[in-house]
Design a protein around this ligand. Structure first.
Ligand code: 4NP
Length: 165
């Protein structure tokens, strides 16, 4: 049985993308896709590499029953374009930066998370880093809705990357 691999990307990999990773992991684990989808996250910047998520992101995810405290930040690397089927970006800056890094043959794998999931066409996940707890709650509601929609998308044969004859 094939495995689909998803990498969520933001700037620092300490707020939005680890929250999205946590939401995706939880929604997938609760679905029939459990064991068939792998999820990771990374940042376009490397300033926080090796660090756990921002304590506000950890607290927000915990309020929603998801533990992201064990995640550690890392920067996007060239191997990611081979290792993952989808590189899903939080905002338009991340999308531009990841597309610039992508080899031509992998460019079609790079998309905006909310657009790919279909929850907010063309939509971005705003950076909560300089905001308050309400901004983190807004981030959670966006990424969790996308995670729920992602399970739907991945449940179709096309979403799993299988060519429908
Ligand atoms: P993230 O948020 O991209 O959602 O992880 C940020 C985290 C750190 C910084 C910016 C955004 N920073 O400038 O250090």
């Amino acid at each position: 049985m094939s495995t689909t691999r998803i990498l969520v990307v933001c700037l620092g990999n300490i707020c939005r993308s680890p929250m999205a990773e946590g939401a995706l992991r939880a929604r997938i684990a609760a679905s029939h896709l459990d064991g068939r989808v792998e999820v990771d996250s990374a940042g376009t910047g490397g300033w926080h590499a090796g660090e756990p998520p921002d304590r506000r992101a950890i607290a927000c995810a915990r309020r929603h029953g998801v533990d992201i405290g064990g995640l550690r930040a890392r920067q996007v690397r060239s191997r990611d374009f081979e290792d993952f089927d989808w590189l899903l970006c939080a905002d338009a800056d991340n999308l531009r930066d990841v597309r610039r890094l992508a080899p031509v043959e992998a460019r079609h794998k790079v998309a905006l998370l909310l657009d790919w999931a279909g929850t907010v066409p063309g939509g971005e996940v705003p950076d909560p880093y300089y905001g308050g707890d309400d901004h983190f709650e807004e981030t959670w509601s966006l990424v969790d809705a996308a995670a729920l929609a992602a399970v739907e998308r991945l449940s179709t044969r096309a979403g799993l990357g299988i060519i429908v004859p």
